[in-house]
Design a binder for this molecule. Structure first.
Ligand code: COA
Length: 529
């Protein structure tokens, strides 16, 4: 059992907790923006039409009082588009079956898909496919956001490709159509296994009446071109005709029940609560990420019974590795302790990842790293080879990976510790996370040294004043770009979470991951020892 050494009475703890709470208040405000959708005017209009909001639809679809793990809630943060990207996505439980659910938010520009909506939608389908989770789309969308069509039209074809690939992989796809689903959008019901349409509301056609008039001269109306009745009785695109929105959601639940879905992964053992309160997770990460913290303090508040069987504790101490359980599921943990990764840590990580693959145990990466060690001694000691071994192991490991960015995630440390490009099944950030190619001051300093050398080579005098201004500007820019809201806005994670929710979120992820069967054994590439 981990014995905590956290001084919860001390000033350090209080300061860290206050800083984290301030960041969580900001996070709440950003989440509220996503929940507000298109704002009061459009919400009123939508309700005035007798329609349910996207989140209300989800709430009525999932089992009462069951958890909903929302994903990419801050999508589009920092862009010209509203936070949330006009879509709600997440994992919810319908009739006892965990499903990936997406819902267009018609109060945001008619539910039209902008470049961030597209990324969010593709991520949802990817999660459904890799974890073998039935995929339910609640459709009401103006299709492509027309002014940004160049960003979405061509890559957007993947939405329909993914739907049919999910079906081919035996993962059910279900479309509940509440409103507009025109043009490309018509292929969402078109490619789905099951289609429900709401009477007098669903409109599904390749071209609306004006386009048809332009193309062929034919006079038509919405209902005869793409109404729910027509699709249920004439074209056969709708499998079920719902009387209203509540009826569509009821039918959706019935469809999921009839799937007779069985999870194919492992079942958890009985879970035990950690011996230390989750509340104390707020006071662990220092404001200044240069100050190290012990990730065992985090594990003590996340894993079952606070029990952690540490592997190789005396070797490569900058990286903590070991075995634990979360909500009864076994995990292998790799957690950064002092930030920098040396050759020993890389070799230890490689061996540990191989061991987890031998025993088919999912891996949890807890990131707080400034990257691999640089300098003559380390280069001569083979830090590139050893870091490459670790990256090889992470890349080719086939057990499910989950990543939490607790603090720093800089340089190739982001790669070795299973950052986004290494396709962990799920990746969440804490509000204290920061990620970039290197720290802002270091990056600005490197640019300055390079600029100075270039001026010298050309025989020019270096402008020190301009250099200072450049450094300040670059530092501010890199700092802003390394913050979690910005990175979450670009879908470089699946969401920013309250540290206190870490155990719950990981438990939901481990349960979702085990909807899929145990993956094939890994075949690693050539290791350079
Ligand atoms: N691209 C960009 N903006 C869009 C849009 C789209 N595809 N669809 C709707 N919007 C905008 C509207 O311009 C409007 O903006 P405004 O309020 O600032 O004026 C806002 O979203 C709401 O649209 P509105 O038409 O008032 O809402 P509605 O609920 O009455 O109708 C639709 C919604 C989707 C039925 C209707 O907007 C529509 O037919 N859109 C175009 C659909 C289409 O042909 N898409 C082709 C995609 S390939």
């Amino acid at each position: 059992m981990i014995r905590s050494r956290l001084d919860t009475e001390g000033d350090d703890y209080r300061g860290r907790r206050e800083a984290m709470l301030a960041k969580l208040r900001e996070l709440d405000a950003e989440h509220a923006r996503a929940v507000a959708g298109g704002g009061e005017k459009y919400v009123e209009r939508h309700r005035g039409r007798g329609k349910l909001l996207a989140r209300e639809r989800i709430e009525l679809l999932v089992d009462p009082d069951s958890p909903f793990l929302e994903l990419s809630a801050l999508a589009a943060w920092g862009s010209e588009f509203p936070v949330g990207a006009g879509m709600v996505s997440g994992i919810g439980v319908i009739e006892g079956v965990e499903c990936v659910i997406t819902a267009n938010d018609p109060t945001v520009r008619g539910g039209a898909s902008n470049p961030w909506t597209l990324k969010k939608s593709l991520r949802a389908a990817d999660i459904a496919l890799r974890n073998r989770l039935p995929y339910v789309n609640l459709v009401e969308s103006g299709g492509a956001d027309l002014p940004t069509q160049k960003e979405i039209f061509i890559p957007g074809g993947q939405i329909f490709r993914d739907l049919t690939r999910l079906s081919a992989a035996g993962v059910p796809t279900i479309a509940l159509v509440f409103g507009n689903s025109t043009a490309g959008g018509a292929y969402v019901p078109g490619m789905s296994d099951y289609v429900v349409m709401v009477r007098e509301r669903a409109k599904v056609f390749l071209g609306g009446p004006p386009l048809v008039k332009m193309a062929t001269g034919e006079e038509s109306d919405d209902e005869s071109l793409g109404g729910a009745e027509m699709h249920a009785r004439t074209s056969g695109l709708a499998d079920y005709l719902a009387q209203d929105e509540h009826d569509a959601l009821r039918i959706g639940r019935r469809i999921v029940r009839s799937l007779n879905w069985r999870k194919q992964g492992m079942s958890p053992q009985a879970a035990r609560e950690p011996r230390y309160p989750a509340e104390e997770l707020l006071g662990i990460v220092p404001e200044d990420l240069k100050v190290p913290f012990d990730p065992r303090e985090v594990l003590a508040r996340v894993v079952d019974g606070s029990e952690f069987e540490e592997f190789k504790p005396l070797y490569g101490a900058s990286l903590v590795t070991g075995w634990a359980r979360i909500h009864g599921y076994p995990v292998g943990v790799l957690a950064n302790a002092r930030g920098v990764l040396f050759s020993e840590e890389s070799q230890k990580a490689t061996q540990f990842i191989q061991l987890a693959n031998q025993s088919r145990t999912p891996l949890l990466f807890l990131q707080n790293t400034t990257g691999y060690m640089v300098g003559k001694d380390y280069e001569q000691g083979g830090i590139i080879k050893h870091g490459a071994m670790m990256i090889n192991a992470v890349s080719n490991s086939t057990v499910p990976h989950l990543t939490i960015v607790m603090g720093a995630s800089y340089g190739a440390g982001n790669y070795g510790m299973c950052g986004r490009a290494y396709e962990p099944r799920f990746l969440f950030s804490w509000p204290s996370a920061k990620s970039a190619v290197m720290g802002p001051a270091q990056l600005a300093g490197v640019l300055s040294i390079v600029g100075r050398a270039s001026a010298r080579a050309k025989g020019q005098v270096y402008d020190e004043e301009a250099d200072a201004a450049m450094r300040a500007m670059v530092e501010a820019q890199i700092e802003a770009e390394s913050l979690p809201f910005f990175l979450s806005g670009r879908l470089y994670d699946d969401g920013v979470i309250d540290p206190r929710d870490t155990r719950t979120v990981l438990g939901l992820c481990l349960s979702a991951v085990n909807s899929a069967p145990a993956p094939e054994p890994a075949g690693f590439g050539v290791f350079r020892p």
